[in-house]
Design a protein around this ligand. Structure first.
Ligand code: BGC
Length: 933
């Protein structure tokens, strides 16, 4: 066919269009996607002067590697569309970096929307098309730009006050955004509508010194002429008042609730108007007559003031607000996913236990609240509360007629909401400034004969973190353990990782630390941890100590060295999993102060002579060791635990110093770690028995000794055997660990090739173990192996690490043979007897990693995906005896113990340690292993 000149023109134009529009992505050629700024897509309120950019490479060709990138940033969308950036144009940068590239363009201005794109080059020198145009909008970059004032109801005792103000808009609006916050919590309204779908905003911080604000785009809600803004304020964690009968973990008050609003309206003529909270606002009571983060809420619909948040409302009877000038908390943008109502669950079963008392079963333990739709006469009152079990029993069970809600725990018995009907058709209500944890709901109606209908659903409420990984297998027990672990994380992601959603709602560093690696697999944790690490830094005491909860305003309970260690370990995992070095830089000096605190502690404990051992210190509650092991709550030799975590922190921090090029610190902390190790071996290791830390085998201590190599030469196997004998013989395949030892169980045993022992522990259905809980009806993880107390604690959730890393085999960057940020990936599954199939997928910072295996009659099928810009190794387990052949996508790559080569993307193969290992370039692969005896 001859191409006519007109056709050529058409073709050239099409090519140009595709390269500019990013339209090549559909053609399967190299392209990039998943563009993020500060870990979020198109965020509002970026208040970092040098935000970080990331993207993911896609290519259908095996072996694609990024060799260069270019980023452009512009204030003007059209300019960005043309592939130009007047704010920043990196030009072609020869680098494989695709995560956390720091902005280094011209200074950014506050409240501006910026448009950015990126493109990359691969190892063949091919350029990808420009990505789609992405945006980020800055927040307030300079504190002085805050002109709004904190305002509150003049009577600070008023519950959940409402505040309002009207203003005029005369001109054409081009754009408008609002910065808004309130402590404890706020809801912001504009012209009769609640702005945004967040609940329980803002995320909890130490409100005495820092408050997070949100940015919303609001031009669509404004009208020409009269407009009205409104705020409703809740006490949240800022004020927890004592009230008879109502439960609260603890009480405190930093003052009455207060709010802050700064609305920027930009007109088409380029001028700007700012509406701020100030003395001209008016305040009133709302229908919420009582509110408490712990105790519940009371809502009297008869007190509603219709139209209070719309223009034209008569507020002449309202009071003038009070301006609180002396409140000077720093304002940071809430750059993480907010808390939302994530899911609604309809109860499957409902019973009436007595006239007017209804019980509902959601069949899932959740954190959140209930929503009611109700019809009845004015003044009828409905009291609702929740619980995790029925009939005061230890375990949950399906709801049957005659069952009653358990009231054995105060945090269920004395926590409730009430709704008083206004009597106007169908009414609906859900609480605003309170949440709790429950599976069953009880509704009591005071005048049941005056109620026509009542419907209740459960609302699942938590930080809206995107899911990151998935696991499933052919074993329903494992799947249920996995799901319960995910549900417990969902129950405890409330702007900080909490211990439980009902009793304490505390940001316990210990609980957060042991679940962190599992959470990094299950959810996209980056922005959440970035914020939480700042909470830890804010909570740090003058002597360097990191308290047991961060922030301390909520929680503030017990812990010890493993709790504070979150401040060293989580930045390290952020670096390992996300390749984030900025986080290490940001916290370097304060992390170091924590280590100095520990060094001091060792010299001021019950035995100051032993300067490399942290002996007894403080009170029982400030120096906990292992926590919640079965049978024995107390750690028999707590210094083993404190000293081990000190060691771990020192070693880890030496690693941090090395990454940041601080060789002096690196040497200092390596030397410190060596000294702690020597002292630990001398003090805790018994060469005659191969036991560590205790006269009887104590699994947690043995795991620590192996993890840290606190074992003299020649004794390693002996220690390992003591551990395995204790699990497999003394305890017939069961663990005896608390939250700390459990976290170590998986990696330590896997490093010694003893996944069989892990699998035995994880598969047990009798006490103690996850399977025991599941058999007893658990849909979330519990606080202790016995099932006493809370049924929604996430701290035993490290078991999900086993599923992803070892059973499905996607080894983590903290495992051998891998590198940070999944640049080098290792897939090595454990295929236990009796399991037919396992699979996991993981959205890493470099893209989707998949591992899937299934038994075949004569062998094993395995599928793996390594995203572009990575490389890796797959280790396929082969039987000890017999001949094996392996094909990849139908082509033989291994036969008679020989690597055959010749398959694109596979660069080598070797038989080692009962596995055939193939080194792979990025790409999708399908292996089939057949065995012949
Ligand atoms: C919390 C924990 C916490 C522990 C330590 C408990 O009351 O619920 O999860 O780590 O105290 O003090």
């Amino acid at each position: 066919m001859r191409i006519k000149p007109t056709n050529i023109w058409y073709f050239i134009c099409l090519l140009a269009y595709l390269s500019v529009s990013g339209g090549f992505s559909d053609l399967g050629i190299l392209n990039i996607s998943g563009l993020k700024t500060e870990y979020l897509s198109n965020p509002l309120g970026v208040d970092d002067a040098n935000p970080e950019f990331s993207w993911v490479l896609n290519s259908e060709n095996r072996g694609a590697i990024q060799t260069a990138y270019q980023i452009i940033v512009s204030k003007n969308k059209k300019v960005a569309e043309k592939g130009r950036g007047e704010k920043w144009d990196t030009g072609k940068v020869n680098s494989g970096q695709s995560v956390n590239v720091s902005y280094e363009g011209k200074p950014l201005e506050s409240g501006m929307k910026y448009y950015w794109r990126a493109r990359v080059w691969d190892n063949d020198g091919e350029a990808s098309p420009w990505s789609d145009v992405h945006t980020f909008q800055t927040g307030i970059l300079n504190e002085k730009e805050w002109t709004a004032k904190w305002i509150s109801h003049p009577d600070t005792a008023v519950s959940a006050p409402i505040l309002r103000k009207e203003f005029n808009i005369e001109q054409e609006v081009e754009s408008a955004h609002v910065y808004v916050t309130g402590v404890g919590n706020y809801e912001f309204y504009l012209n009769g509508k609640k702005v945004g779908d967040h609940v329980l905003d803002p995320g909890v911080t130490d409100h005495r010194r820092k408050v997070l604000y949100e940015t919303f785009e609001v031009e669509d809600l404004l009208t020409k002429g009269r407009n009205a803004v409104g705020l409703m304020l809740g006490d949240g964690p800022f004020r927890i008042v004592e009230r008879e009968e109502r439960y609260a973990w603890r009480h405190h008050s930093f003052g009455g609730p207060r709010g802050l609003v700064q609305l920027h309206v930009r007109y088409s003529d380029g001028t700007e108007e700012v509406v701020t909270s100030d003395h001209t606002w008016k305040a009133s009571r709302s229908p919420i007559t009582y509110t408490s983060l712990f105790g519940g809420e009371e809502y009297d619909a008869r007190l509603e003031q219709k139209g209070w948040d719309s223009p034209g409302f008569d507020d002449s009877a309202w009071k003038s607000v009070e301006v609180i000038d002396q409140y000077r908390a720093t304002l940071d943008s809430q750059l993480m996913p907010p808390i939302r109502v994530i899911q609604t669950i309809e109860p499957e079963v409902k019973t009436e236990s007595e006239k007017g008392i209804y019980i509902f079963d959601l069949k899932q333990n959740i954190s959140g609240w209930w929503h009611i739709r109700v019809k009845g006469e004015r003044g009828v009152r409905i009291k609702i509360r929740g619980a995790e079990t029925l009939n005061d029993s230890l375990f949950p069970a399906p709801l049957k007629p005659g069952d009653r809600l358990s009231t054995k725990h105060e945090y269920h018995k004395n926590v409730w909401t009430t709704y008083t009907l206004k009597g106007e058709g169908i009414e609906s209500y859900e609480p605003r400034f309170f949440y709790t944890g429950f599976r069953y709901i009880e509704a009591r109606v005071d005048k049941p004969e005056q109620l026509e209908s009542l419907e209740i659903v459960g609302r699942v409420v938590h930080s809206d973190l995107k899911r990151n990984g998935h696991f499933s297998s052919s074993d329903s027990l494992l799947n249920r353990i996995y799901r319960a672990t995910v549900w417990s994380q969902r129950g405890n992601l409330h702007s900080v990782p909490t211990d439980c959603p009902h009793r304490e709602k505390g940001a316990y560093n210990g609980d957060g630390q042991v679940i962190a690696e599992a959470s990094i697999h299950d959810f996209q944790m980056q922005p959440f941890y970035k914020k939480w690490l700042r909470d830890m830094r804010d909570a740090q005491q003058e002597n360097g100590r990191i308290p047991n909860t961060s922030p301390t305003v909520i929680g503030g309970g017990g812990g010890g060295v493993p709790w504070g260690s979150a401040y060293i370990l989580i930045p390290w995992w952020m670096y390992q999993y996300y390749g984030d070095t900025e986080i290490l830089k940001e916290h370097y000096s304060t992390m170091k102060s924590y280590l100095e605190y520990l060094e001091n502690l060792a010299q001021n404990d019950s035995n100051p002579e032993e300067i490399y051992i942290i002996n007894e210190f403080g009170s029982y509650w400030t120096s906990l060791g292992e926590w919640e092991s079965p049978h024995e709550r107390n750690d028999p030799n707590q210094p083993v635990v404190s000293t081990y975590y000190w060691y771990l922190n020192s070693r880890t921090f030496a690693g941090v110093a090395g990454i940041l090029g601080n060789l002096e610190d690196q040497e200092r902390f390596e030397a410190l770690a060596d000294s702690i190790k020597r002292a630990s071996v001398t003090k805790f290791f018994d060469p005659d028995t191969n036991l560590y830390g205790w006269k009887k085998p104590y699994q947690t201590y043995l795991l620590f000794a192996l993890a840290a190599d606190h074992v003299p030469e020649g004794h390693e196997e002996g220690v390992l055997n003591r551990l395995i004998d204790d699990i497999m013989i003394n305890r017939r395949g069961h663990l005896a660990t608390g939250i700390l030892g459990t976290k170590h169980l998986f990696k330590v045993l896997s490093d010694y090739g003893r996944e069989d022992v892990i699998h035995s522990v994880v598969s047990k259905t009798d006490f103690p173990g996850w399977g025991f809980w599941i058999e007893k009806g658990a849909t979330t993880l519990w606080e202790n192996w016995e099932g006493k107390n809370s049924h929604n604690h996430q701290m035993f959730g490290s078991v999900n690490e086993y599923f992803y890393k070892y059973l499905a085999g996607i080894r983590a960057p903290t495992d051998r043979g891998t590198s940070t940020g999944y640049k080098k990936i290792h897939i090595r599954p454990y295929v236990p007897e009796g399991l037919e199939r396992a699979e996991a997928s993981l959205k890493t910072v470099r893209g989707l990693v998949v591992s899937r295996w299934e038994r075949r009659r004569d062998g094993l099928a395995m599928e793996v995906s390594l995203p572009a810009n990575t490389s890796g190794r797959i280790s396929i387990p082969v039987p000890e005896f017999g001949q094996t052949a392996i094909t990849e996508s139908g082509k033989k790559v291994w036969d008679q113990d020989q690597y055959l080569g010749g398959v694109e993307g596979i660069v080598g193969g070797i038989h080692e340690d009962n596995h055939v290992n193939f080194d792979l370039k990025a790409g999708d692969y399908k292996f089939i292993l057949s065995t012949f005896n």
